[in-house]
Design a protein around this ligand. Structure first.
Ligand code: TA6
Length: 313
C-alpha cells in the first residue's frame, strides 16, 4: 500500500487573471477555480489517475473538509483524513495570469494540530503501515507542529519497515534524512538551505548528492523547468524536461513526486524509468490551468522528449 501524508492540507483558490498581473492596476479576474492543495494530496491524484492503490491521509478542518474530500473524490482519490473539530482547512490563493512566467502563490498558515489529532494519525500509521509500504510526507507541517511530533510519525513508519518518501524543507528535511528515508526530493532552495550554501555548478550538486546518498537511497534535486539532478547507487544523472507552454506551474513538484512513486512502487525499482516518467508528468502538469494533474490521458508522447544524461563520471 502507498500512503500520502498531508499534515497541512489546503484548498487552492485559483484566480485566473487576464494579461499579466501588474501592481497598482486593477487586474481583471477572468475566472475562479478551486483545486486540491497541500502537496502530498497531489501525489495521491497522480497515483489514483494511474489506478495505483493509495490512501491520502493527514489533517483537515471540520468546517470545509467536505469541499476538499469532494475535490479528491473527483480525482478518484481514496482518503482517510483526521478531521479536527472547530477548524477550517486553509486556502492557498494561486494567481495565474497570461504571462507564462509562472503563478503567484499566497498560502495561509493552517490550523494548529491538537495532541489528540496527532495521536490519531500516529495510531493510524502504527496500525496500518506494513513492510515495504511507501509512505509519502510532502508539504509544510502546520504552524506549531513540532519536529518531535514529525519524527514520531516518521519513526512509526520505520518501525513497521515502511519506506519513507520525503518532500520537506528546513529542519523537517534535516531530521528526516537522519532516519534514512528511501527517496527525498528537495528543490533548489531546499537543498541550498540544507547544505548551507549556494550551489551553482553541476559538480557542486553532485558533491552534495553524493553525501546525501550515504543516508538516502534515491535523491532527486528538482530545478523547475531546468529539470533535475538524480543520485542513486553512486550514479548521477541530469534530467532535462521538454520545454512546454507553461500555464500554471503550481503542483509540478508534487506531480513529479507522484510520477516517481508510481514507478518506484513497482517490483523492479527502475529509477531512471521513474525519473523519465515523473519528468513527463511534471511537464504535462505545467501546461494545465489547475493545481493538480488532470487525467493522464497519454503520457507516452512526452517520454521520449525527456533527456537523461549520466554525469559525474
Ligand atoms: O505544491 C503546490 C501546493 O500544494 C499548492 O497546491 C498549495 O496548496 C501549496 O503547494 C501548499 O504548500 P505548503 O508547502 O504550504 O504545504
Amino acid at each position: 500500500m502507498i500512503y500520502t501524508i498531508t499534515l497541512n492540507t489546503a484548498i487552492d483558490r485559483i484566480l485566473y487573471v487576464k494579461k499579466e498581473l501588474t501592481r497598482k492596476k486593477n487586474n481583471v479576474i477572468e475566472s475562479i477555480g478551486y483545486d486540491i492543495g497541500g502537496k502530498a494530496t497531489h501525489v495521491s491524484v497522480v497515483l489514483s489517475q494511474m489506478n495505483i492503490e493509495n490512501i491520502a491521509t493527514g489533517f483537515v478542518g471540520e468546517h470545509n473538509h467536505a469541499l476538499l474530500i469532494s475535490l479528491l473524490e473527483t480525482q478518484k482519490v481514496d482518503s482517510k483524513f483526521i478531521i479536527q473539530k472547530g477548524c477550517r482547512t486553509r486556502e492557498s490563493t494561486v494567481v495565474v495570469d497570461e504571462s507564462g512566467l509562472g503563478s503567484y502563490m499566497i498560502t495561509e498558515q493552517g490550523f494548529e494540530i491538537t495532541e489528540s489529532s496527532h495521536q490519531k494519525l500516529l495510531t493510524f500509521l502504527k496500525e496500518n503501515v506494513q513492510k515495504d509500504d511507501l509512505v509519502v510526507f510532502a508539504g509544510s507541517p502546520p504552524s506549531g507542529y513540532s519536529i518531535e511530533k514529525y519524527k514520531q510519525l516518521l519513526k512509526a513508519v520505520k518501525e513497521n519497515e515502511g519506506l519513507l518518501i520525503i518532500d520537506a524543507a528546513r529542519s523537517f528535511l534535516k531530521e528526516a534524512i537522519k532516519l534514512q528515508p528511501f527517496f527525498i526530493k528537495p528543490n533548489e532552495e531546499e537543498i541550498e538551505e540544507l547544505v548551507g550554501k549556494q550551489l551553482l555548478e553541476e559538480k557542486e550538486y553532485i558533491e552534495e548528492i553524493k553525501k546525501l546518498i550515504e543516508n538516502v537511497e534515491v535523491v532527486v534535486v528538482t530545478l523547475g523547468k531546468k529539470g533535475s539532478y538524480i543520485g542513486f547507487q553512486n550514479q548521477f544523472y541530469k534530467v532535462t524536461p521538454p520545454q512546454v507552454k507553461e500555464v500554471n506551474d503550481t503542483g509540478c513538484g508534487d506531480a513529479f513526486v507522484g510520477g516517481m512513486v508510481s514507478k518506484l512502487s513497482k517490483e523492479k525499482r527502475d529509477v531512471l524509468k521513474a525519473a523519465r516518467f515523473a519528468t513527463a508528468v511534471s511537464a504535462l502538469k505545467a501546461t494545465q490551468k489547475t493545481s493538480s494533474i488532470p487525467s493522464l490521458t497519454t503520457i507516452d508522447e512526452w517520454l521520449d522528449k525527456v533527456k537523461i544524461e549520466r554525469i559525474g563520471e
